[in-house]
Design a protein around this ligand. Structure first.
Ligand code: PEP
Ligand code: MG
Length: 900
């Protein structure tokens, strides 16, 4: 079995399209090598090695060693160095590389191959003992932490692990020798510290730091594989939906150094700006530094070029200015990579004594607005097609454009607390928390929190996810916090140096002002501004964004599925129309009954003793309902509006306070006891499966009659006014064709009466929700009469699984944790089960009624994966909340394009 793929000197065994086997990083290192870009040579251990490792009880395959040795030989050859050699020793890095990037979630070991034997040779060669001992102590620290502690499964309390203890030794040493910065330490200092490190490791972990290069290499490789099943990698995979079976690859690569003096440097760059999408080469670099220094946020890095240098960094030198030739070469590689990959790349580079090496390229993460701008720009530049542009943007990324922003007026008069780097756009207000655990627990209590940290680390991801925004004192635009927030489209500010955070004391001071946990902050992530207090947020204006409008115009030209909206207020309908909704797919009518002015009539109807009393009570609602429908039909003129008859459980109307009971008693001429008795008589143990949906309209036909009359009178009056309206009356929670026919007959009778009474002809449809398994299985019987179906997948999911939609929160976390369910089925449609019922209903329904119009109006109508299913299943439309209309439009276009 081939476990190892070599790359180096213009030739590689792998290619970019081998990501599943080589991981993203390995595949791209191979591809870059093949393009002739300067990449330090090395080799990739495949994801299959990882899977074997776990299948074989955490043992590496027997024939791996020989393949590693052979690849190492080739690497040595190209570099003119020997691994473990005493003349010109080769050092390597050992890094993870999964199929899709998991920033910082797995382990890395650098400088592997430094031993007591190779140190003198490297000193002789580099003439820089300080660099060598600094590299050595870094290796010892990383190795002890990653290989000897974490991979061995040694659990430590926060701040007590071996790395922390070793850092403690450095601090102690600096203090006792009067040094302030790491840079003040000499070669001898680092040598002394390295010896102290080894002693402490032996004492704490019970074994020696290995002095054999091969042992170091194999230890590093196993540790990286081990980190695939580490706690934070598992947590990240769960949030991102990355399957555990993918495994990670491991890349072993010749080390090159950006910290060999002033002619060396290291940096990261994006071929376009990942925060705005602008076609400008954008990045950060540090002179005389290692790669980890840039991303760890310990030093604030410089801008790559003059064009992108922010006002705040006037006194820093750009790479363009500092090393113009190297910058030109890097800029050329930028163009080569973009032309080759036809997408924005995120690269890491190192300059070792004036020579440029590319360490990594991958498709860069970007926020929503940037993704849209890049896709449209690249299509206009003819780098990609319109179809590709539409496929490039993740539908949920549109959300970011639809995100609230801090109200401008309020911002002008607000007190600016501090400024940082604008890492994630949009505005957010929340209460301060200082730890990820607090963020998670307080968010679970329903608080809106902003996570404030010195810097974030992968251990914080759960809290970062729970917060509405992230604010850090340290780090640059490529720091951990910035990368993760950008990936999730979150509001985020980093490098806000004015914050003096005392996480243990749960407070921070900024410019003399102290803020505690629970105090409110507002962030403008687009401008990097932090304000004390809770400023109002304002809805965004996506229509003002040219690229967004262009992208959705292209999307509309590709999609076949229509997109409607769920709206029951005229203002929501107008909003949805502005977002491109092609009608209302669900106008719920319940809130219209719960209005304080109207609920009394409804209660009187339910509790009244005889038919005429009941009728009189419900007819009190007719004028209100007629106005409701007029307003909404007018707002959606020229487009269809599906109005659903009353649906909620009866008991929701008759949960009464003493005062309400007394008031009702007076109205109905009864005693309070009588009212209580009648309410008790209607009590249900299981209201969700009880007296609701069409059962209400069958037991109390006056309700259906009143609603139908209100709809049709509104229609007739609007038509008289010259407004074109297309009402569709929808019966809820039907399980049998007889239920449907009972309600349909009533509705059609009322329609006839209204047409006759008002002398206006109008068109209308009558149809039904399909939200019970029985309705799906007998869809042919129902479709014989119904003109349309609308899948109520909220109830259909509830009744298919037998999970109460209101109570799933009790056990869902355990289900997701233990992978009993892959996701919340109320968020994204369960295609295998609920989806199958939908397919059956579509087939049976269209079998008897080919013209049957079919849509979906459950929450799934705005979920991209569910939209794709709806497209495949031949639905005519999806209907979702107004803010998800653009998301559904894009998802529908992508579904159509993917099918081709
Ligand atoms: C549904 O059940 O999917 C639906 C749209 O109706 P409701 O959520 O109002 O029950
Ligand atoms: Mg329902």
């Amino acid at each position: 079995m081939k476990w190892v793929y070599f790359f180096g000197d213009g030739q590689a065994e792998g290619r970019a399209d081998m990501k599943n086997l080589l991981g993203g990083k390995g595949a791209n290192l191979a591809e870059m090598t093949n393009l002739g870009i300067p990449v330090p040579p090395g080799f990739t251990l495949t994801t299959e090695v990882c899977n074997q490792y776990y299948e074989n009880d955490r043992a590496l395959p027997a024939d791996l060693d020989a393949q590693i040795k052979a690849a190492l030989k080739e690497t040595e050859c190209i570099m003119g160095q020997q691994f473990g050699g005493t003349d010109n020793p080769l050092l390597v890095s050992v890094r993870s590389g999964a199929r899709s990037s998991m920033p910082g979630m797995m382990e890395t070991v650098l400088n592997v191959g430094l031993t007591t034997k190779t140190i003198p040779a490297l000193i002789a060669k580099s003439n820089n003992p300080r660099f060598v001992y600094d590299a050595y102590r870094r290796l010892i620290m990383m190795y002890a932490d990653v290989v000897m502690e974490k991979a061995e499964g040694i659990e430590t309390q926060d701040g007590t692990g071996i790395r922390h203890q070793l850092e403690g030794l450095i601090d102690e040493y600096k203090k006792s020798h009067g040094h302030r910065e790491d840079l003040d330490l000499s070669a001898d200092d680092w040598q002394t510290l390295s010896e102290k490190f080894k002693q402490l490791i032996k004492q704490q972990l019970g074994s020696d730091f290995p002095d054999d290069p091969h042992d170091q290499l194999m230890g590093g490789i196993s540790a990286v594989f081990q980190s695939w099943m580490g706690k934070r990698a598992i947590a990240y995979r769960r949030i991102e939906g990355i399957p555990g079976e993918w495994g990670t690859a491991v890349n072993v690569q010749a080390m090159v150094y950006g910290n060999l003096g002033d002619n060396s440097a290291t940096g990261v760059a994006f071929t376009r700006n990942p925060a705005t999408g602008e076609n400008l080469f954008f990045g950060e670099w540090l002179p005389n530094a290692q790669g980890e220094d840039v991303v760890a946020g310990i030093r604030t890095p410089n801008s790559l070029n003059e064009l992108t240098r922010p006002e705040e960094s006037k006194d820093q030198i750009s790479l363009e200015e500092f090393m113009p030739d190297v910058y030109i070469e890097l800029d050329k590689i930028r163009t080569e990579l973009e032309t080759h990959y036809r997408d924005m790349q995120d690269v890491e580079f190192t300059i070792q004594e004036g020579r440029l090496w590319m360490l990594q390229t991958r498709t860069g993460k970007r926020n929503g607005p940037a993704a849209i701008k890049m896709a449209v720009d690249m299509a206009n530049e003819e780098l990609i097609t319109h179809q590709e542009a539409v496929l490039r943007v993740n539908p949920s990324q549109l959300d970011e454009l639809l995100h609230p922003m801090v109200d401008r007026q309020a911002e002008v008069s607000a007190q600016l607390l501090a400024k940082g780097l604008p890492a994630g756009p949009g505005g957010a207000s929340g209460q301060i928390v200082f730890t990820a655990d607090d963020a998670e627990s307080q968010a679970a209590e329903g608080k809106t929190v902003i996570l404030v940290r010195d810097e974030t680390s992968p251990e914080d991801v759960h809290g970062m996810h729970a917060a509405v925004a992230i604010l850090t004192a340290k780090g640059g635009m490529t720091s951990h916090a910035a990368l993760v927030a950008r990936g999730w489209g979150m509001c985020c500010i980093v490098g806000c140096g004015a914050l003096k955070i005392d996480a243990a004391g749960k407070r921070m001071t900024v410019d003399g002002q102290t803020l505690q946990e629970g105090d409110w902050l507002t962030l403008n992530g687009t401008a990097g501004k932090v304000y004390a207090g809770q400023l109002p947020l304002k809805d965004s204006d996506p229509e003002g964004n040219r690229e967004y409008a262009q992208l959705l115009e292209w999307a509309d030209s590709f999609r076949t599925l229509k997109v409607r909206t769920n709206a029951d207020r005229p203002e929501d309908a107008a909003q949805a129309r502005a977002f491109g909704a092609q009608g209302i797919g669900l106008c719920r009518t319940e809130h219209m009954f719960f209005d304080p002015q109207r609920i009394m009539a409804m209660r009187k109807m339910i509790l009244s003793g005889d038919l005429s009393e009941r009728r009189a009570a419900v007819m009190e609602l007719l004028p209100f309902q007629k106005q409701d429908f007029k307003d909404i039909l007018r707002a959606m003129h020229d487009l269809p509006v599906t109005i659903r008859l009353l649906d909620p459980p009866l008991h929701e109307f008759i949960t009464l306070t003493d005062a309400q009971t007394a008031e009702l008693a007076t109205e109905l001429g009864l005693s309070s006891q009588d009212i209580e008795d009648r309410v008790a008589g209607l009590h249900e143990l299981n209201p969700m499966l009880g007296h609701r949906g069409c059962r209400l309209g069958i037991a109390y036909p006056e309700i259906t009659e009143m609603q139908a009359r209100a709809i049709f009178e509104a229609t007739a009056e609007l038509i008289k006014e010259g407004v074109k309206v297309l009402p569709e009356v929808m019966v809820p929670l039907v399980g049998t064709d007889t239920e449907y026919r009972h309600q349909e007959a009533l509705i059609r009778r009322v329609a006839g009466e209204v047409i006759e009474k008002l002398g206006v002809q109008f068109e209308y449809l009558v149809g039904t929700m399909i939200e019970l398994p029985r309705a799906c299985l007998t869809a042919d019987e129902i479709a014989a009469d119904a003109q349309f179906f609308s899948f109520g997948t909220n109830d259909l999911t509830q009744t298919t699984y037998g999970f109460s939609r209101d109570d799933i929160g009790g056990f869902l976390p355990a289900y997701l944790e233990q992978q009993i369910l892959p996701h919340d089925p109320f968020q994204s449609l369960d295609i295998a089960g609920v989806g199958q019922l939908v397919e059956i209903a579509v087939e049976k329904g269209r079998g008897v009624n080919p013209k049957l119009k079919i849509g979906i109006c459950g929450e799934h109508g705005g979920d991209p994966a569910s939209v794709e299913f709806c497209h495949r299943t031949g639905l005519d439309y999806v209907s979702c909340s107004p803010f998800r209309v653009p998301v559904a439009r894009l998802a529908a276009a992508q579904a159509a394009l993917r099918e081709k």
